[in-house]
Design a protein around this ligand. Structure first.
Ligand SMILES: Nc1ncnc2c1ncn2[C@@H]1O[C@H](COP(=O)(O)OP(=O)(O)OP(=O)(O)O)[C@@H](O)[C@H]1O
Ligand SMILES: [Mg+2]
Length: 163
């Protein structure tokens, strides 16, 4: 079976500064791939590059399609979920609204069963459904960020510092 994600010769830039200098790796379908490296090595930048959030050169093939240069929202729709470092939850919104936003690009509206499944993984979220996300503890916000990403039903989930 071909890899779900194949990255080859990937470069990434913040302005003029080159951060990734041609990296190669693959994520197998059903597999787990860990990126290890020192602070500042470029792990976060690698995930941002896959999601089209920084300028890049090189090849990113996802589910058989080249996605380098695509807009971030199109990459998300294609099936890549991203839990960024710092979690990226909408702090002013309730837990429930954050979860619903996770499913916003889905065509089906039947997200109730999936939200129930998230409560199975993270029972705390059920208890705090009406609470403003910004008032959750750090770990609770992390649970919310992961649950929100899963609600898009991604084929690939990118987790930046999940624990
Ligand atoms: N927006 C930015 N503008 C300019 N340089 C940046 C920007 N974001 C990150 N960098 C630089 O890019 C390099 C890689 O950063 P990155 O955040 O990808 O590292 P990391 O491997 O995720 O580190 P950590 O383990 O600390 O999270 C660092 O030298 C950082 O200073
Ligand atoms: Mg990082």
């Amino acid at each position: 079976m071909p890899a779900l994600l194949e990255v080859s010769g990937l470069h990434a830039f913040y302005g003029e500064t080159e951060i990734l200098h041609g990296i190669d790796f693959a994520v197998e379908t059903g597999g787990v791939t860990a990126l290890l490296g020192a602070n500042g090595a470029g792990k976060t930048t690698t995930l941002r590059a896959i999601c089209g959030m920084v300028s890049t050169a090189g090849e990113v093939i996802f589910a058989g399609r080249p996605i380098a240069g695509w807009r971030t929202e199109d990459i998300a729709r294609r099936g890549i979920g991203h839990v960024p470092d710092g979690r990226g939850t909408f702090l002013e919104l309730s837990v429930e609204d954050n979860l619903r936003l996770g499913a916003i690009s889905r065509r089906d509206r039947d997200i109730g069963a999936d939200i129930e499944r998230m409560f199975g993984y993270f029972p705390k979220l059920r208890e705090r459904l009406r609470q403003q996300a910004g008032t959750l503890s750090g770990g609770e916000q992390q649970m919310l960020a992961i649950a929100r990403a899963l609600l898009s039903r991604p084929k690939l989930l990118l987790l930046d510092e999940p624990s």
